[in-house]
Design a protein around this ligand. Structure first.
Ligand code: HXC
Length: 259
């Protein structure tokens, strides 16, 4: 499969890396790019050798939002009938292996929403997050009004959505939007290190952990805890659980077979 608006590569034979590739438009996310991103992630997700994915942009921008030029001419009938956003952006939600966003520079509008669709965000110290849609006469449309308050609380999410101001990396880490902030030149090393660490665990366990943490956002505490308990119980049926615990007891490194 060849791509025009993204590039893909594999690191350490187990991490799938997707780099957004529309530099002239600051990685503005158009339909074609989101189609390619969905296809690439699905292909990595289906590849048994791949245990984790990383999405990244460039130093200047992760993505400066949905493509405003493309959206400018859209009508209600077109976006509603054509299921704009849902038809391709939502594919990211169906990816079952962990996906890390490695963000440097601007992550604005749909760019911030794309980062938040990933499982966690590692930011460079020059990262800037924002939901500036209000300046264009619209609101966030790829989950920003839902995921941002869950990440940073209502006060900051309202501030961001209503004023359109940006948050720098320090504020984003303090508020809980990103899990780590590192120097710009260390961003990919840090993201790759985390991804390799994830790949070396049992895929069954990392997929279950992802699925279970995601439950925390979508249901009640009691349903979430029950979901977690059942997955936790189910992992005792895997060879990887035996291997992980036997290795600990024998004081050796576990060698997971993802089975
Ligand atoms: C289309 C974009 C773009 C975007 C930047 N460009 N952002 N094109 N859609 N979202 C283009 C510019 O038009 C310009 O093209 C080139 O990229 C470089 O951008 P500059 O503005 O010259 O760069 P700079 O001065 O450094 O400013 C960077 C910036 C600014 C602060 C990020 O570009 C900006 O404010 N961009 C828009 C951010 C935004 O509003 N995002 C939300 C979009 S709405 P030319 O041809 O002039 O060189 C959205 C809706 C989400 O995301 C809902 C569903 C997903």
């Amino acid at each position: 499969m060849s791509y025009e608006l993204i590039t893909i590569r594999t690191e350490a034979d187990k991490v799938g890396i997707v780099t957004l590739n529309r530099p002239k438009q600051l990685y503005a996310l158009n339909d074609a790019l989101m189609d390619e991103l969905g296809q690439a992630l699905k292909a990595f997700d289906a590849d048994p050798a791949i245990g984790c994915m990383v999405i990244t942009g460039s130093e200047k921008a992760f993505a400066a939002g949905a493509d405003i030029g493309a959206m400018a001419g859209y009508s209600f009938a077109e976006v509603y009938r054509g299921d704009y956003i849902t038809r391709n952006w939502e594919q990211i939600r169906s990816i079952r292996k962990p996906v890390i966003a490695a963000v440097s520079g601007f992550a604005l509008g749909g760019g911030c929403e794309l980062a938040m669709m990933c499982d966690f965000i590692i930011a460079a110290d020059n990262a800037r997050f924002g939901q500036p849609e209000i300046k264009l006469g619209i609101i966030p449309g790829a989950g920003g009004t839902q995921r941002l308050p869950r990440a940073v609380g209502k006060a900051k999410a309202m501030d961001m959505a209503l004023t359109g101001r940006m948050m720098d990396a320090t504020e984003a880490e303090r508020a809980g939007l990103v899990s780590r902030v590192v120097a710009l030149d260390k961003l990919m090393d840090e993201a790759l290190g985390a991804a390799i660490q994830i790949c070396d665990y049992s895929q069954l366990a990392t997929m279950a952990a992802k699925e279970s943490v995601n439950r925390a956002f979508e249901g009640s505490l009691s349903d979430g805890v029950m979901f977690e308990r059942r997955l936790f119980h189910a992992l005792f049926a895997t060879a990887d659980q035996k291997e992980g615990m036997d290795a600990f007891v024998a004081k050796r490194k576990a060698n997971f077979k993802h089975a």
